[in-house]
Design a binder for this molecule. Structure first.
Ligand code: C5P
Length: 238
């Protein structure tokens, strides 16, 4: 088991997600829940994962005014999630207010403070796309600028590509967390991921958490695939 590995539960139905969690058993301790599964299970997948003793990365990418996000974030924290995402482009006030509100609720409920991580520029954007939205700088600079804004707003880190980690760590420091998709072991199909990194390279680069979906969820033997990744990660960190 390795807490750097987060398996993405990209399913529509709770029974499919539960089936994978039970197959992976003690090989995986951390799961990502996104919009589809969260909505379709009316949030109950969180209770299931917590009941199984798993960690939860709730990736709902909150994007709204400070008060609204802060209240949503407080609910996420009260469910006991371990990490969740907010859109950095909502600005410093939204992020600071949310961090403070979550801090307060965690103190009150005596629960552990979740790691709050920012979403910068979605990878579905290209340069023309962000220019049309109104960003004046290119994607790389905008990502760095938003990463700095997250840090100044007391967020714990950001979601990014492994290829951005070195620069982000240089600017924001080693303690600023990087949570990265786009991970492919050499033995797995690339799928639609274009710029990929192996689990061992991700560790060498300084990735703090890697979010892996299809190399595990679509493997003939998901548990074996997960264990191979855990072993690969362990081989580097030892
Ligand atoms: O199946 P795969 O390993 O590509 O899944 C990675 C997870 O990370 C999926 O949940 C996917 O939606 C998410 N993700 C991504 N690339 C991004 C942002 C999120 O693959 N840029």
């Amino acid at each position: 088991m390795n807490e750097k590995l987060i398996v993405a539960l990209d399913y529509a139905y709770e029974n499919e997600a539960r089936e994978l969690v039970s197959q992976l058993d003690d090989a995986v301790s951390y799961y990502k829940v996104g919009l589809e599964l969260f909505l379709n299970t009316r949030g109950s997948i969180i209770d299931y994962l917590k009941h199984c003793g798993k960690k939860v990365f709730l990736d709902l990418k909150f994007h709204d005014i400070p008060n609204t996000v802060a209240q949503a974030a407080a609910w996420a924290a009260s469910f006991g999630v371990d990490m969740f995402t907010l859109h950095a482009s909502c600005g410093a006030e939204m992020m600071r207010t949310s961090v403070d509100t979550v801090n307060d609720i965690c103190d009150k409920l005596n629960v552990k403070m979740p790691q709050m991580v920012g979403v910068t520029i979605l990878t579905s954007f290209d340069e023309e796309g962000i220019a049309r939205v109104g960003y004046k700088d290119n994607i790389a600079n905008t990502v760095l600028n938003l990463a700095k804004l997250c840090q100044e707003s007391n967020m714990r880190g950001i979601v990014c590509s492994p290829h951005e980690v070195a620069e982000i760590k240089k600017v924001c420091g080693q303690d600023f967390l990087t949570v990265c998709p786009g991970i492919r072991p050499v033995w797995a199909a690339k799928g639609d991921q274009k710029r990929i990194t192996t689990p061992s390279d991700a560790i060498k680069i300084g990735v703090d958490y890697m979010v892996v979906g299809r190399p595990i969820t679509k493997a003939n033997n998901p548990r074996e695939a997960a264990l191979k990744i855990v072993e690969e990660i362990g081989g580097v960190t030892k």
